[in-house]
Each structure stands twice: as structure tokens, then as C-alpha cells.
Design a binder for this molecule. Sequence first.
Ligand code: TYD
Length: 396
Amino acid sequence: MPAALSLGSLPLANALQDTSHTDVNTYLLTVHRCMVCGLVQLAHSAPPSEMFSKYLYATSASKTMIDHFDKYAESLVKSLSHSQDKIVDIGSNDGTLLKAFHKYGMRNLIGVEPATNLAEATQNRDIKVISRFFDGDSVELIGRESAKLVTANNVVSHVPDLDGFIGHVAKLLAADGTFVFEMPWIVDWLRRGSFDIIYHEHLSYFGFRPLSIALARHGLTITGLTHFSDIHGGSWRGMAVKVGHEPGLWSGSYNKLEEIFDIEFRELNKQSLVDFEERMHKIRDALVSMLIELKSKGKIIVGYGAPAKATILLNYCRIDNSIIDFLSDSTPVKQGKYVPGVDIPIVSPEKFHEAKPDYAIMFAWNYEREILEKEQSWISNGGKFIVPFPEPHIVP
Ligand code: TYD
């Protein structure tokens, strides 16, 4: 496959450093599109042990995600008949979704989470966490065909062996079980131009055509689809069941899937990735010019949030600590660390307010609404956000 677009060689997005001036490993970030099924994937992979053993992303770091998973659990519990129906959450992170299921009365809850720091935070009497990557052995440990519900949110994009993964999910599901997954949609990403979500942990960038082909190989078919424009910049929740257990008329999903295929056919072809690379250059140039101009006027510029996306945007644009004083982030384990490759310190939100910056780059742009609400008083005192996508602009 020819390389469709490349961001060059960049550090791992979540490899925040304990000290400044450290040498960091960089790995190529090149994206290809399969000419047969249309799946967009990274061409190179970085070592999983470097990426996932101590994971800094915590779902509960944003209220938007806590509320989202609360509603998610509430709606799915309605389809279950007994509090002991087994629910398995793959990539359970800090247990936000499992705890929501618990709140709605479910008592047979299992998480599978390789990051030991997160797995430990989740366990309780009704929630067991298996601290490992989801694989065939996890299925044996949990029990074949035992799960009424298997959930995997923002997980399929991270999986190196997609066929193996879906095969294991199919083995774990009870005959009448449902697989529920959420994933950012490549079309939303292409429309927004948000190239900062391309990083080594994200091995695949899904459309529904390649995903439904992979599910079908393991006897699963998509029977429910809901789009969430506010989640990770545009995500779908899909539900899949074993063929032969589809609800009547696929609950209307068949038509929706056809519409999605049409959109993907129109908006995602070989040329779209080539065009996207050009757009990446334009966004980078516009952002860098904007920052240099503000800096030359003596403005204090910082970053809001230190998501994985910030590492990519900063390194790709080569914006370092000569322009940005710090990034503030509400996640305690990120505070005191440095963004790899650009050596920018991460501080607490309190420091952000003490510093009274003129401008803050909104790295966590996927929570724009939540952040704008939260920072009303800073904004009314003249503070302004720089939002990088779809092209760099100032808010308000
Ligand atoms: P997120 O965009 O969810 O993830 P990713 O790392 O996959 O790109 O990360 C958002 C980060 O922003 C997270 O570290 C928490 C932080 N954050 C704040 O500091 N303040 C806020 O108000 C919000 C909503 C997030």
C-alpha cells in the first residue's frame, strides 16, 4: 500500500516525561488506506508495552464523559432482565462505565484493563478487573458464551489484531448477547481536519464498511447505531448481535447503515487522505503564524488540557516552551510532568488561574462546551481560547 499521509516521526502521545530535557523515543506516524476494504490504519506500530502498561488517560477526567457513560448504562440496563446478567467492559479504564452499571443495579461486572494503575482503582465487591490485554485467555477466565453484554468503548481503534479481537468477543458473548462499542468516526475526523487524533495508540481509523466486514467474518451483525457529535469530536455507538438473533427489522439500523456506507463512499477514498495531508500543513502554518504574532505582541500563551492530542499537535507544529509557558490539566498524575519532545511543563488548573494568561490553546477541543462553561470568569476578564480546528480560530 502506498503511504497516504505522514506526520513524520513523533513521540508517543501519552509518554509524558518526569523531568525536562529528556531524550524521547520517536516513531513514524504514517497512515495507509486498504485498497480492498477501505480500512485506514497506521503503517508502523510502536511497542504496546511502552504505550499501555501505565496509562494516563482517565475517563472520569471530564464531566462530559461521566455523564455520557451514565446515560449509556441507564439505557442498556433496560435491555437486561436480571441484576446478575454478566457485563464485560473491555478496556474498562478507571471503571467509569462499570460503576454506572453498578449504580443502575447491575451486580455481575467484569472489566478487562491492561493498565495496572487504572485496574486497581476500579475493583470492588461487585466489580472484578482482569488486568491484562483482552485475548483468548481472558475469554477462558471469564467464561465462553457467558456475557449478556460486552462493551468496548474507544478500544477497537487500539487493537493490533482486529480479527482476533472480534473473534474473542464473539466467543465471550452469550447466544443472545449484545456487543456494544463506541468509536470515533473517520468521516468526522476528516471533516474537522483534526489530525491530532492520529497517534501510535490509534492503530485504525474506522468507517463502518471495514468494521461491518470484520464483524461479519465472526458471525456478528450491526443492529443499532447512534451518533454522538460531542464525544471525542464525533463518535458512533454500534450494537452488534450474533446472526440469527437480530431484532425485528434490525431496529431500523439497516437503512442507517446503508446511508453511512454512502457517506463513506463519497468522503473517504485515496484522494481524501492526500488532500488531508495538505490541509494539515495549512492548519499547522496558520496556527504557528497566529502564535508568533501574538507572542511578538507580548501575550502570555498557555495550553488548556494536556490530552494525548496536545503532544501530537505541538510536536508536529514544532511549538515548544519558547511560545507556550505551560499546559494546565485537571488530571493530578499529569501535573508536574512535561510534554515529550517540546519540554512544556504541565501544571494544575489553579496555576492557570494564577498566571492569568491572555490566550489558551484548547487542546481538549472535544470538550469545548464544557470548558467554555467552566472558564466563563476567565473569559469575561479578557481571556481567549485558540481552537485549532477546523482551522485555527479565536473564541470568543
Ligand atoms: P481527552 O481529550 O479526553 O483524551 P486524549 O488524551 O485521548 O486526547 O483528554 C482531555 C484532557 O483534558 C484530560 O487530560 C483532562 C483534561 N481536561 C482539563 O484539564 N480540564 C477540563 O475541563 C477538561 C474537560 C479536560
